[in-house]
Design a protein around this ligand. Structure first.
Ligand SMILES: Nc1ncnc2c1ncn2[C@@H]1O[C@H](COP(=O)(O)OP(=O)(O)OP(=O)(O)O)[C@@H](O)[C@H]1O
Length: 647
């Protein structure tokens, strides 16, 4: 059956042209809409499989306004626009389109973008369905686990984590008489949780459970799912001091509540908290609703076994001291040091994508660990016993590029004195890692695209194409959308590579990891230097925590290595951190432009947020530091388009 396409384009000739192109290859155009309103009417009558949406419509409403509806009903869409300025691209990107075509475009580019969009959509649907089924089975399996109650609870927590990312999960039953009435888990590593029951909670917060169960969210016998993100989360905290206590204690920034109505009229609540301020959305609520039956079955089983087993009651509700569960180091990411929640989010994504053959585009500033992550993806895949071949696209001279990637036959050009096998062939059955992909010359981008599409290469001077089976991982520290907008990077290649983007956070956004990384590098480089260095001084660590690390982990690694070589003591006194003030001065000199008052205010707010690690409200928050009310800071952040990115 041919795919049904909706075209949203106000220029008749262009809409007609699009229709001719796509009908020629077998798609069915179910409607030409000239405005968002017309598009909505068509969608209501006849659900398209895909929509092509022009961004700039004559009507005052932009095509981007259609995105929430299309996303909600799961219709993939591709934007078409003659305007590729950065702001438009960023605004469009935020709505998660399946493609972006810049006018004027070639017919071929349009068709490839359509094909990739459908491929990605089907793939993501299929994967989502498979994963959901797996989660359902995993939850039901918990019933048969013979382990203790807390092991069962932990199994549920871990199963849910792969779908609903959380940093703290609290479960609570109403009325309080149910024995498993307050259990919570704080995520402290990729697969590590700290169990926090009633007693532990009191030790950590200095408040009794009675203090913190006063709030409405806890006591309401509501069975509605609720999400608190961004401003709503802050507003909710103002009304619920107990939630504020939790949020401040664990640096939480959003909440999703799932009430489960048990058959004995009790309500069992799952509170998912995240350190990201926009972690939850309605699609997760829908997922949890679909899963409510297995969840209720497993929770009822859990509550029943808890009531019938006094010893386990003691373990859940009376345990003293703070327990780490599953404290053994997980194998998956042992090469990648760090436990900050931003990195844990990356681990979650990588653990989903690594085993499948999808291309992964690793983004992040220089030195954030992109190559290390690529190796890790390879190690976690079924290709791990096959070669991992790296190409640095920025370091290869232009004239050697093609021969390096695809190889050449003897005598195919002056200097080709013998046959050479290219990196793609060397990587056959394994993984190829294209580092600094943003620096690949445009002429070669089309050749790379061909390899990705046809899965075959042409050696220079060779007669027949050679089949290759490689998984492609690519990395860049450039903003590829900007490169596309500037015409330096092919759009179709961008979409091929951007199937699964992963962004590594800069070190300054995950300062919690600095002590771990310093210890890690001290242990490596002190062994190398044959010295016994035990650690770093408090002052040295504080300086490292206050530095902004433009060179990220590589810079930290180099500074630790240098300090070890120079150190005569068992403790590193300090790292030779470049002078922050002179650095700022340099930036000012380089930028030359004189800043407006608004720009200065924006920078100042950003600096305050960075210093307070994204915290706006309360003690040590940015509002306090700036000496303004949090609500004022909030509206200024809105005005300047600043979103909080906590450490
Ligand atoms: N999480 C980590 N744990 C330990 N070492 C790390 C981690 N991330 C990066 N490193 C180390 O930091 C250095 C830089 O990492 P890597 O080369 O992977 O960064 P990159 O983002 O690919 O850099 P570039 O963009 O400059 O190519 C390497 O020596 C790497 O081993």
């Amino acid at each position: 059956m041919s795919l049904k396409v909706l075209i949203v384009e106000d220029q008749f000739i262009e809409a007609n042209n699009l229709q001719i192109i796509i009908e020629r290859v077998g798609y069915q155009v179910i409607g030409l809409a000239r405005s968002v309103e017309e598009a909505l009417a068509i969608i209501e009558k006849e659900q398209p499989d895909l929509a092509l949406v022009d961004i700039k419509l004559q009507d005052s409403v932009s095509g981007i306004a259609l995105a929430p509806t299309l996303n909600a009903i799961n219709i993939p869409f591709i934007y078409i626009s003659a305007n590729c300025n950065h702001d438009v691209i960023m605004q469009a990107k935020g709505t998660q389109p399946y493609g972006f075509i810049v006018k004027p475009f070639r017919e071929k580019d349009l068709l490839i973008t359509l094909e990739i969009a459908m491929f990605r959509h089907e793939n993501s649907l299929e994967t989502a369905v498979k994963k959901e089924e797996q989660l359902r089975l995993n939850l039901l399996k918990v019933i048969d686990i013979k382990d203790t109650l807390s092991d069962k609870m932990l199994a549920i927590v871990k199963s849910l984590q792969t779908f609903i990312s959380f940093d703290y999960l609290l479960t609570k039953s109403i009325p309080l008489s149910t024995s498993a009435n307050f259990i919570s888990y704080l995520r402290i590593g990729f697969d590590e949780y700290q169990f926090i029951g009633t007693k532990e909670f009191e030790i950590i917060t200095n408040h009794t459970l009675t203090d913190v169960t006063k709030s409405k969210i806890f006591n309401e016998k509501s069975t509605e799912n609720i999400i608190f993100v961004e401003d709503n989360f802050e507003k909710m905290l103002l009304k619920n001091p107990d939630q504020k206590l939790l949020a401040d204690k664990f640096n939480l920034q959003s909440l999703m509540v799932l009430p489960l109505a048990l058959s004995d009229n009790n309500i069992f609540y799952l509170f998912f908290y995240s350190r990201k301020c926009d972690a939850y959305n309605s699609s997760q609520i829908k997922l949890l609703q679909r899963l409510s039956n297995p969840l209720i079955a497993v929770i009822e089983n859990l509550v029943k076994s808890n009531q019938s087993d006094d010893k386990q009651n003691v373990m859940l509700n009376e345990s003293r001291g703070i327990k780490k569960v599953n404290a053994q180091e997980p194998d998956f990411f042992k090469q990648i040091i760090g436990k900050s929640h931003l990195l844990l989010n990356v681990f979650d994504n990588i653990s989903h994508v690594a085993p499948v053959d999808t291309s992964v585009l690793i983004l992040g500033e220089s030195g954030t660990g992109k190559e290390r992550m690529a190796r890790c993806i390879h190690e976690l895949s079924k290709r791990k016993s096959q070669p991992f071949v790296k190409i640095n696209c920025a370091a290869l001279p232009f004239n050697l590029f093609e021969s390096e990637l695809f190889g050449h036959e003897k005598g195919s050009f002056t200097g080709a004195i013998e046959r050479r096998v290219g990196k793609f062939e060397l990587a056959n059955k394994g993984t190829i890692f294209l580092d600094e992909i943003g620096d690949m010359p445009p002429e070669l981008q089309s050749k790379l695209l061909r390899v990705l599409q046809e899965k075959e290469i042409d050696r220079i001077g060779g007669r027949d194409p050679i089949k290759v089976d490689v998984r492609v991982l690519a990395a860049t520290n450039r903003e590829l959308e900007k490169e596309v907008a500037a015409g330096r990077f092919r759009l179709d290649l961008f979409y091929r590579l951007n199937v699964f983007p992963v962004t590594l956070p800069p070190l300054r956004d995950r300062k919690d990891d600095i002590p771990l990384l310093i210890d890690h590098f001290i242990s490596i480089y002190s062994k190398k230097a044959n010295k016994r260095i035990k650690g770093i001084s408090k002052k040295g660590l504080n300086e490292a925590l206050n530095y902004h690390w433009p060179g990220n982990i590589r810079e930290l690694e180099n500074l630790v290595e240098r300090a070890i070589l120079l150190s005569r003591e068992e403790i590193l006194m300090r790292l030779q951190i470049p002078d922050n003030i002179s650095h700022q001065y340099m930036i000012f000199e380089e930028s030359k432009e004189f800043k407006s008052i608004d720009e200065n205010e924006r920078d100042h707010i950003l600096q305050a947020l960075e210093k307070c690690r994204g915290k706006v409200w309360g003690a040590n928050g940015a509002a306090e530091l700036l000496g303004i009310p949090p609500t004022t800071l909030h509206s200024k952040m809105k005005k300047f388009g600043i979103k909080r990115s906590p450490s």
